[in-house]
Design a protein around this ligand. Sequence first.
Ligand SMILES: [Zn+2]
Length: 364
Amino acid sequence: MKEFIQFILLNACYVWNKKNNISIKPTHIIIHSTATPGVMAKEWFNRWNKSSIMVAVHAFIDDLEFWQLLPFNMWAWGVGGKANGYSLQIEMCEDKEHSEVYFRKVLANTIKKVAQWCKEFNIPIDHVIGHYEARILGIGSNHSDPRHWWSKFGYTMDMFRDDVKKAMDKPVIPAPDKPIDEKVCSENLNVRYGPGTNFKILATMPQGTKVEIFSISGNWAKVRFKDIEGYCSTAYLKKSLTGYVMATVLNVRAGRGVGNAILGKLKKGAPVTLYGLQGGWWETPTGYVSADWISLDKVAAPVEVKFQEGIVTATAGLNVRKSPGGAKVGALKHGTKVIIYEQSGSWYRIGNDKWISEVYIKSY
Ligand SMILES: [Zn+2]
């Protein structure tokens, strides 16, 4: 579809807008069809660029061309009711034969253009209405377009809105070459059509999503999420997040899934650097951990539960060993008080890798 912009400077509506310094922010889109079979988009410029013409719309569209005749912030005189004051208005040109082949072509072009407008002006899909619907809503004059023409092909405004919605979900920005950086979302983060909160939200990236960044401008990053490209605030993009282990012991694995080799273990409460969440697994500097056992809120490391207290009874002192019956790592004098955390056979653990024989300990 070729696109042209040529304003109808002589048209009474254009002149009135200029004279009154009109500047609207469109919140609705009105779909018309010309009911003038055989007159194509480019012909309407000459027809309407006259001071005697008291009607105007923003654009005409056919199977090959799109012609914009009014600036988008001007008040069109198209729907004959108060909707003129807040609507973008487009006329679909009808072909002479009312053929279905032509209809499908101009329809496809109109869907594409209206989807583009919805995104650009942040217009909700239920604000896209046919002229005849504007009449029913009491905001337009008594016309039947575009229903009188569409109904020949069994097509309705509801189907049109569905099709526009589908078109809006498709990526609109050509894929950039290569990401310049990767970051992770610290919160659920909206992807918008443009760099600003006034632009329509295309998708929301869940907290933890790893994001490819293609460019940064001010506080906005151009990103890709799934197959959607758009912009998000840089305020919630971090190099990494910090999580905490909730399991007593958490395996770090070579890949996402319990079938992957264990590369290491993390203890409860340990802080973990997180680069991105995918398929229920966090990527960390040393491997992948299950998100089921990671909290983004601080988890207290467990305090070791005291098993019992004791006092050394061996008069010559008591050896401390690395493991039950293992290498000697120290000694305790007679009468030393100890805290026992764990028992294994006839051995007590009194600290990390510190074991003593129970034979020389008396409870007190
Ligand atoms: Zn109309």
